[in-house]
Design a protein around this ligand. Structure first.
Ligand code: PLP
Length: 332
């Protein structure tokens, strides 16, 4: 079999699963009685909120670091791994590197609040404060790679990252072999692409439904344009879905194109209501990015009657102020 251009194969996802054993949690898939009744479907929640870092990104980061150690030996990573992310990816790289015995430097701008810096340091990484923007922090990452021989761990655009996230798809197929649909939040596309690669290889009839923000959604705009394009970033309750896909995207743009069946955009109000619903009815605290699947069901009236479907609750990295804001917007 020839390898697809995006480089993500079922075999690569099985290899990722092997590497994740004992490092990331095999998360539960739990039926929601309230949502099943509300949408006349069998709705299951995939609880990536149970990962030790609070989000699925641990899967991709662990897979990439472990694969590089396998291929090139631990000494090749002696200078360490690096990335620029204040959010779930930064936490994932910090945690995975510490567990795998590799040094990590997370570059953050001086505007990142002290509590976020402390949280990443507590996971065992060194934090380097540089500049006043994400771009300046990323320029420092590039310098560390060039001048100090460090290895970049990107947030989504690498077959090893997408394959790591794809282990979610394997777990879904084991726990719900008759699944009709997966609804997934979509930003850079590592999560949706990886899950889609696994699910389509095992059960092609299962639909992969992507959900993006209604504003500042780089993947949405890029799919419309037929090539990666840049968009202005917009403040959102679902901050983990912000950011571009990279104008030189080499993996996830093609991968998402290959595996996604339908695609919706959701408003801030729908995200806020979905966050509060999940907290109130499921007693689960999720961040905005993790609530977009329910937001799409509610806002677009997607007809899922009679289906067995999974919503990916991708993470719980939400500040109390953001939860307050969601409650204000939702009016509950
Ligand atoms: C990163 C992230 C996403 C989106 O994943 P991509 O691979 O960038 O599409 C969704 N939810 C959460 C919680 C995330 O951290």
């Amino acid at each position: 079999m020839t390898e697809p251009a995006h480089g993500v194969t079922l075999e690569g996802i099985y290899r990722a699963r092997h590497r994740l054993a004992g490092q990331a949690v095999r998360t539960p898939l739990v039926r929601s009685a309230a949502l099943s009744a509300r949408f006349e479907a069998d709705i299951r929640l995939k609880l990536e909120t149970c990962q030790p870092t609070g989000a699925f990104k641990l899967r991709g980061a662990t897979n990439m670091i472990a694969a590089l150690i396998e291929r090139h030996g631990r000494d090749a990573l002696a200078a360490g791994v690096t990335t620029a992310s204040t959010g779930n990816h930064g936490r994932a790289v910090a945690y995975a590197a510490a567990r795998l015995g590799v040094p990590a430097v997370i570059c953050l701008s001086s505007l990142v609040p002290a509590n976020k810096v402390a949280a990443i340091e507590a996971l065992g990484a060194e934090v380097k404060r540089v500049g006043e923007s994400q771009d300046e922090a990323f320029a420092e990452v590039e310098r560390l790679v060039r001048d100090q021989g460090m290895t970049l761990i990107p947030p989504f655009d690498d077959p090893l990252i997408a394959a790591g996230q794809g282990t979610i798809g394997l777990e879904l197929m084991e726990d719900a072999p008759d699944l009709d649909r997966v609804i997934v939040g979509l930003s850079g596309g590592g999560l949706l692409g990886g899950i889609g690669a696994a699910v389509k290889a095992i059960r092609p009839a299962c639909r992969i439904t992507g959900v993006s923000l209604s504003q500042g959604a780089a993947m949405w705009e890029s799919l419309q344009a037929g090539r990666p394009v840049a968009v202005a970033e917009v403040e959102s309750l679902a901050d983990s879905l912000g950011g571009g896909i990279g104008l030189a995207n080499r993996c996830t743009f093609e991968l998402v194109r290959a595996v996604m069946d339908d695609h919706y955009q959701v408003s801030q109000t729908a995200i806020a209501r979905a966050m509060v619903d999940i907290l109130d009815h499921e007693k689960l605290l999720v961040e905005g990015a993790a609530a977009v699947g329910l937001a799409a069901l509610a806002e677009h009236g997607i007809d899922v009657r009679g289906e067995t479907l999974a919503l990916i609750l991708s993470g719980n990295g939400v500040a109390l102020e953001t939860l307050d804001r969601a409650r204000t917007i939702a009016g509950r």
